[in-house]
Write a protein that binds this ligand. Structure first.
Ligand SMILES: Cc1cc2nc3c(=O)[nH]c(=O)nc-3n(C[C@H](O)[C@H](O)[C@H](O)COP(=O)(O)O)c2cc1C
Length: 415
C-alpha cells in the first residue's frame, strides 16, 4: 500500500480532495482537469447556482434509516450518483479508468467510460465486474462510431451515451497559458513545478504509456498523433438524423449528454431516446451556457417523467444531489470530484469521493426530515427569486424558443 492510499482519511469533503489533488499533480495536469472554457463563467455558475438553492426542511419526520437507492434502466444503484465520462483519466493515476470503475462497482454505482480513455473498452470490461456505460461521439466516419458501439455491446456495456456538446472543442485558456499538450511536455518553466510532484512522477514512470487506447490502430499508436487527429474526426454537422441513425444501431438504453434546452429534451423523447443528461460539459465547452442546475427544471418539465433526466456539472456535495433530485433529476453524474479522488489515491480515492456523497446525502435526508429519496419533491427546495425573475418569459413573453420556460414557471409556481 502506498502512502497515498491513506490520504483520503483527511479529506472530509470534495473541496479538500481537490486541494490534495492540486498538491500532487503537476500544475498543467491539474489545470487540464480543473479548468473550463474562456472566462470560466459557466464553470463557476455550475457551482454557484447550486449554492443559491435553499432547502425547506420538515424535521419532525425522523427515521432510523434512509433509502438512497434508485433504479435506472433495470439496474439498482446504491446511491443516485454515477461516474461521468472523463477522457485521459490515466494521466492522473496509472490505468486510472480501471481504478475508478472498480471504485464505482464497489460503491454500487455505474461507471461511464469516456471515448478518450487510456485503457480500451475491452480491457476495462475484462478487469471490472459492475455496471458500465460507454460514451461515444459522432464522427465524420460513421463507421468509427458504429465500431465503438459494436465493441461496447460485445464487451457488455449496458448503455450508450452520445455526447452532443463537443463536436468542436471549447477554448480552455488555462491549457493555452500552461502550454498544455497531450501528452504533457514539460519545458524549463514547468519542470521546476514538476520536480515538486515526486509522487505523481514516480507513479507515472511505472505506468504503461498513456494513449487513447480505443483509437489505437497499427498506424496510430502515439497519443500526440491521436490527440491532434481528434478535431478532424468529429463531425460538426451533428443533427437529429444522426441521432436516429445511432438509435437504429443501438438497441439498449441510449442517452444524450449535453442537453440544456427544454425543446431539445422534448425532441429526444420523440426520437426514442431513453434518457437525457442535462450538462454543459462541466463548463468546458460553450462559455456562458446556462448552468446545469438552472437548466434542469425546464428540461424536467418538458420530459414530464417519460424518460429519466440526469444532470452533471458543479455537483460537489450530497446536498447538491438532493437539490437536483428535488428539481426533477433521477440521478447525478460527477466528473471532476472523482478525478480529484483518483489523483490523490487511485481506486481508494474514488471510493472515498463516492463515500463522501453517500454520507452527505444520508445526512441531508436525515436533517431535512426526508425518509428517503422518494420523499424528495419540488417542495424540498426554494428557488432564488432572481431565477424566476430572470426567466425570459418575463421580458420576452412572445419569444417562441423561450416559451417552455414560462410553462415551467407556471408549473413550478413562484418560490
Ligand atoms: C478532465 C475531463 C475530461 C472530460 N472528458 C469528457 C469526455 O471524454 N466525454 C464527455 O462526454 N465528457 C467529458 N467531460 C465532461 C464530464 O463528463 C462532465 O460533463 C463534467 O465533468 C461534469 O462537471 P463536473 O466536473 O463539475 O462534475 C470531461 C470532464 C473533465 C473534467
Amino acid at each position: 500500500m502506498s502512502a497515498a492510499t491513506r490520504l483520503p482519511e483527511r479529506a472530509y469533503n470534495i473541496a479538500t480532495l481537490r486541494r490534495m489533488a492540486a498538491r500532487r499533480l503537476p500544475r498543467m495536469v491539474f489545470d487540464f482537469v480543473d479548468g473550463g472554457a474562456e472566462d470560466e463563467r459557466t464553470l463557476q455558475r455550475n457551482e454557484q447556482d447550486f449554492a443559491a438553492l435553499e432547502f425547506l426542511p420538515q424535521p419532525l419526520n425522523g427515521t432510523a434509516t434512509r433509502d438512497q437507492s434508485i433504479e435506472l434502466f433495470g439496474t439498482r444503484l446504491k446511491l443516485p450518483v454515477l461516474i461521468g465520462p472523463t477522457g485521459l483519466a490515466g494521466l492522473l493515476w496509472p490505468r486510472g479508468e480501471i481504478e475508478a470503475a472498480r471504485a464505482a462497482a464497489r460503491a454500487g454505482t455505474i461507471y461511464t467510460m469516456s471515448h478518450g480513455s487510456t485503457v480500451s473498452i475491452e480491457d476495462l470490461a475484462n478487469q471490472v465486474v459492475g455496471p458500465k456505460w460507454f460514451q461515444v461521439f459522432l464522427y465524420k466516419d460513421r463507421g468509427l462510431t458504429q465500431s465503438f458501439t459494436e465493441r461496447a455491446r460485445a464487451a457488455g456495456y449496458q448503455a450508450l451515451v452520445l455526447t452532443i456538446d463537443n463536436q468542436i472543442l471549447g477554448q480552455r485558456e488555462r491549457d493555452l497559458a500552461n502550454g498544455f499538450t497531450i501528452p504533457p511536455r514539460f519545458g524549463l518553466r514547468t519542470s521546476a513545478n514538476l520536480l515538486r510532484r515526486a509522487g505523481w512522477l514516480m507513479a507515472m514512470s511505472r505506468a504503461p504509456r498513456v494513449t487513447m487506447a480505443n483509437y489505437v490502430t497499427d498506424q496510430r499508436r502515439d497519443l500526440l498523433a491521436l490527440a491532434k487527429h481528434m478535431p478532424e474526426l468529429l463531425d460538426p454537422t451533428l443533427n437529429w438524423r444522426d441521432v436516429d441513425w445511432l438509435r437504429s444501431i443501438w438497441a439498449g438504453p441510449l442517452l444524450l449528454k449535453g442537453v440544456l434546452h427544454p425543446e431539445e429534451a422534448a425532441l429526444a423523447v420523440e426520437h426514442g431516446i431513453d434518457g437525457v443528461i442535462v450538462s454543459n460539459h462541466g463548463g468546458r465547452q460553450l462559455e456562458s451556457a446556462i448552468s446545469a442546475i438552472r437548466a434542469l427544471p425546464a428540461v424536467a418539465a418538458a420530459v414530464a417523467g417519460r424518460i429519466p433526466v440526469l444532470i452533471d456539472g458543479g455537483i460537489r456535495r450530497g446536498g447538491d444531489v438532493v437539490k437536483a433530485l428535488a428539481l426533477g433529476a433521477t440521478a447525478c453524474l460527477i466528473g471532476r470530484p472523482h478525478l480529484w479522488g483518483l489523483a490523490v489515491a487511485g481506486e481508494a480515492g474514488v471510493a472515498h469521493a463516492l463515500e463522501i456523497f453517500r454520507a452527505d446525502i444520508d445526512r441531508v435526508l436525515a436533517l431535512g426530515g426526508w425518509d428517503g429519496l422518494a420523499a424528495i419533491d419540488r417542495q424540498a427546495v426554494l428557488l432564488p427569486g432572481h431565477w424566476t425573475g430572470l426567466h425570459p418569459h418575463e421580458r420576452q413573453r412572445e419569444a417562441g424558443s423561450l416559451r417552455m420556460f414560462a410553462k415551467t414557471d407556471a408549473r413550478l409556481g413562484s418560490a
